[in-house]
Design a protein around this ligand. Structure first.
Ligand code: BV8
Ligand code: ZN
Length: 261
């Protein structure tokens, strides 16, 4: 009889394949000296942050690709800033969940034994930071800040308090935008360099809750594999990267991640 999974309750006893994959992944987490974890919207879905391409991914019938672009903001700053205000208002009532806390625990376990850990986030919700993850890169920016489109002044946004939309810079009066990376915009070269070198150096690359549709983020898993990493995918459905995975775990992030440490 294989060793029981952590936390006693062997929640996946009735799914031997999945149970085996969890044991394998847990062993990888215990021995890898360099771990890179890529998270997407699926890592925050269980605490109520809507995913992009699932059912919750539409806003008034519009897709993120139609709203999260410089052209959409230029054409209708009020519509775009209203969409962000609504996402922020929803996020004000949301706290990190088991998946986020488990990632922070994994980071602590890896660094405690002298290993290296980087969380590469496509999410802009900042929940991983609130859960205690300290080594992370927000590849697509953050919802927590607004930036002036003219003088680039940045400031934290109070999600709870309603304000005049579209927001204007207190210093120069120009329109402010969320400090996220829109479709068609380049990622920060610094952030990309950190993520790409961590992926290339990783022994274990774990992707959690991402459909692997958005580039160049999705190419990091392939980059890791090309450099010899073992790639595990924890996602509810098949993705564009599944074929490159050594193991795919089709289960909720919040149920599996706490079993890895
Ligand atoms: C760039 C911030 C160039 C904004 C985001 C055609 C082909 C290929 C590429 C392109 C193309 N046309 C355009 C492109 C490039 C484009 C792109 O990739 N488009 C896609 C739509 C095809 N990329 C860009 O534009 C990037 N920039 O390429 O610049 C350049 C270079 C130099 C100089 C100038 C320009 C910029 C991309 C960044 C876009 N910004 N977010 C905001 O949030 O408002 S991306 C957005 O999508 C979010 O960040 C999100 O994280 C990200 C990816 O989505 P996922 O996280 O994967 O979420 P999704 O809903 O898709 O999937 C969730 C998964 O979780 C599902 O599979 C589900 O099954 C699973 N799941 C659900 N619940 C759970 C779960 N799994 C486990 N447990 C659960 N409980
Ligand atoms: Zn300004």
């Amino acid at each position: 009889m294989a060793e029981p999974l952590a936390h006693g309750a062997d929640a996946f006893a009735h799914e031997p394949e999945l149970r085996q994959a969890i044991l394998e992944l847990r062993a990888e987490c215990a021995r890898a000296k360099r771990i890179a974890v890529m998270i997407g919207a699926g890592a925050s879905a269980e605490v109520g942050v809507p995913t992009f391409r699932g059912a919750g991914g539409l806003w008034n019938g519009l897709r993120a690709e139609d709203l999260a672009t410089p052209a959409a903001f230029a054409r209708d700053p009020l519509r775009v800033s209203t969409w962000y205000a609504e996402r922020r208002a929803k996020l004000a009532a949301i706290d990190p969940g088991p998946a986020h806390f488990a990632l922070a625990a994994l980071e602590r376990a890896v660094t405690a034994r002298g290993g290296r850990f980087l969380l590469i986030s496509q999410n802009v919700d900042g929940l991983h930071r609130r859960a205690g993850v300290s080594s992370y890169v927000d590849l697509h920016g953050t919802l927590l800040l607004d930036r002036c489109t003219r003088c680039a002044r940045e400031h934290a946004v109070d999600f709870g308090s309603p304000r005049e939309l579209p927001p204007r810079c207190a210093a120069c009066g120009a329109l402010e935008r969320p400090a996220v990376v829109w479709f068609g915009e380049a990622l920060s070269p610094l952030d990309w360099e950190r993520a790409a070198s961590a992926a290339s150096a990783s022994e274990l690359f774990l992707a959690v809750g991402t459909s692997a549709v958005v580039e160049p983020a999705a190419s990091l898993a392939r980059l890791a594999v090309a450099h010899g990493a073992r790639f595990f995918e924890l996602n509810l459905e098949d993705t564009l990267n599944s074929a490159n995975a050594q193991r795919t775990l089709r289960a909720p992030a919040g149920a599996v991640l706490p079993l890895l440490v």
